[in-house]
Design a binder for this molecule. Sequence first.
Ligand code: GLP
Length: 243
Amino acid sequence: MRIYRTSDYNELSRKAADMIAAQILMKPACVLGLATGSTPVGTYECLIEKHQSGSLDFSQVKSANLDEYRGISKENPNSYYFFMMDKLFRHVNINPANTHIPDGTNPDADAECARYEQILCRLGGVDLQVLGLGHNGHIGFNEPADAFPVNTHCVDLTQSTIEANKRFFASAEAVPKQAYTMGIGTIMKARKILLLVNGEAKAHILNAALCGPVTPRVPASVLQLHPDVTVIADNPALSEMNL
Ligand code: GLP
């Protein structure tokens, strides 16, 4: 595992964008695993700048997002579909047919999760998976549990995640209670993983994830077992780690 310390969020975003751009340059038809949440927003802005300045071509890139809320439509500004269109896809030359996000409107959870696993299989697996870190250690929407969920599945969101994500909604009641998410096994199959973490509020959970025991109670701790993980974190997020 490589850990890059940055002085602030802007440097984190630039470095993460450089690594994603390097992946695209090395393999123009690569499969990017993409994340939502506030953490990667700056990274996506830097990628857009690179594209608009002519140095980054997304025409052959394929993408698969980690997760989607269950029961909200693509047009809903809180859907992860809307987020990805708004923050990245509509600003670059990625082919919309090559972008994949679980369909939150499919009421048949088993069918939707099986469909998504098939898509990932057909894509040949993820080359570079971008991850953020939930305040409770979740990755994607894999919440603390008694065991690591393997495949894409429907998850009940924990109260702490609902509380953390209510800032995007009118109220906590408006936050969907379930989501479809890649499983831990799905995430671990990615060839490379890029974990992005910023801010002091994540310092404790980042230390637990990277230096504590590997346990499904801290889902991100499983990343200790992956052979190619890069962490980019700013000083406040790394403040509880003895590096
Ligand atoms: C959501 C997403 C996660 C993300 C997490 C952290 O719950 N499902 O993929 O990593 O939020 O979000 P933020 O970056 O806003 O702290």
